[in-house]
Design a protein around this ligand. Structure first.
Ligand SMILES: [Zn+2]
Ligand SMILES: [Zn+2]
Length: 380
């Protein structure tokens, strides 16, 4: 099993001819998690499926396996593609349930629970406001089952909104995408101008690698090897038990991908207990615009490195570039200068990042006629 990340937009607020706005997906052992869904997302997703069909035969991104759409915050460059895409899935007769989840403020959550008007101070980009607008625009008529869940992430308080009545109820805990058992979704608080959080997809820890040297030493036959590798105990010629557990070391570390969305550098809540294998972090500005980054609660490339260090990430991938950044090489160079101990890559649209069970990362760069493979030394 692996975590396969497809990054379908690397622009910040405005798209360019080369870069679309935010929208990524993580394909894991249980299904697909979409993280953010900016303008035109459904077309980008369809094009990526076509690219896979042409250049990576056998790999698929079936829309029916999308289990969750998670928003990092409500700015339009992260949300505007959602309603049209939901409507298309409805037209395609989707039946599978979908969890839609994102952050809001404590005040908005209380207003929803008390069936009151949303507080005037709540920004227009609050997800609750947008969802109400989507419901009014036909979002309430979608026929496949959708759970609309808003969270006050710092307080771990989760509210489910009914699209027909607009009424909300308090949940005991954050729901997981339906049917997920080998991986989990977890919010990680961030700091932006509106309620925000990052989303981490974590795969459960896998058993250690098969110890081939030990199998050689014990002169196991091919059949015996296959059996112990599958986890079956066997009996040797002398009637002694050979336990499958002798050939597996301890558990490997659980691998994970954290997509942080828009955030100021090193959010307060971040510490190295989070420790994602891969952090995908914004680098909206270059060093020369450090002031702007602070003013708008965004990050520079060097700021992304500081975030990666604070959260204990092994790898850092940069995205969400402002229009001033013409070539991703520039933020990559700035980050590398600051990256003491963190392996850095800079993303472009349609790139993939594959994290395997051992926590190694492969960067598949999209090059217009296929993906070009680059292994990233972890710098561990
Ligand atoms: Zn943004
Ligand atoms: Zn934003």
């Amino acid at each position: 099993m692996v975590l396969d990340v497809h990054v379908l937009g690397t622009a910040s607020a405005r798209p360019t001819p080369e870069r679309a706005v935010s929208g990524s997906l993580v394909k894991g052992p249980d299904g697909i998690a979409i993280v953010d869904c900016g303008e035109g997302f459904q077309t980008r997703y369809a094009l990526q499926r076509r690219r896979l069909k042409r250049h990576s035969v056998g790999e698929t991104l079936k829309p029916s396996t999308v289990d969750v759409l998670a928003f990092t915050h409500g700015h339009l460059d992260h949300t505007w593609g959602a309603l049209p895409w939901l409507q298309s899935m409805d037209l395609e007769n989707r039946q599978q349930p979908l969890l839609i989840i994102g952050p809001t403020s404590a005040e908005v959550a209380e207003a929803l629970l008390n069936d009151e008007q949303l507080p005037e101070a709540a920004p227009s980009a609050d997800l609750a406001r947008q969802w109400m607008a989507w419901f009014a625009l036909g979002g309430d008529m979608i026929r496949f089952p959708i759970r609309w869940v808003l969270g006050v992430v710092n307080a771990d308080r989760w509210v489910e909104v009914d699209p027909t009545s607009g009424k909300a109820r308090l949940l005991e805990k954050m729901p997981q995408p339906e049917g997920w058992g080998n991986s989990s979704l977890r919010p990680v608080p961030t700091q932006h101008t509106v309620p925000s959080c990052g989303w981490m997809v974590q795969q459960k820890a896998m058993a250690g690698k098969f110890d081939r040297a030990r199998a050689d030493e014990m002169q196991l036959t091919t059949k015996q090897r296959a059996m112990v590798a599958r986890g079956e105990n066997i009996t040797d010629a002398n009637g002694e038990t050979i336990a499958a557990s002798w050939f597996r070391g301890g558990e490997r570390a659980a691998v994970s991908v954290l997509i942080s969305g828009d955030t100021a550098t090193t959010p307060e809540a971040w510490d190295d207990s989070v420790s994602p294998t891969l952090l995908i972090h914004e680098a909206t500005y270059l060093e020369e615009q450090q002031n702007k980054a602070e003013e708008h609660m965004h990050s520079t490339a060097a700021g992304a490195v500081a975030s990666a260090q604070a959260v204990g990430a092994t790898y850092l991938a940069l995205t969400h570039y402002s229009n001033r950044i013409k070539n991703s090489k520039t933020p990559e160079d700035e980050a590398k200068t600051a990256a003491d101990g963190v392996a850095v890559v800079a993303l472009n649209d349609n790139d993939r990042l594959v994290v395997d069970d051992d926590g190694d990362l492969t960067h598949l760069k999209w090059e217009s006629d296929g993906w070009v493979l680059a292994n990233i030394p972890p710098n561990r």
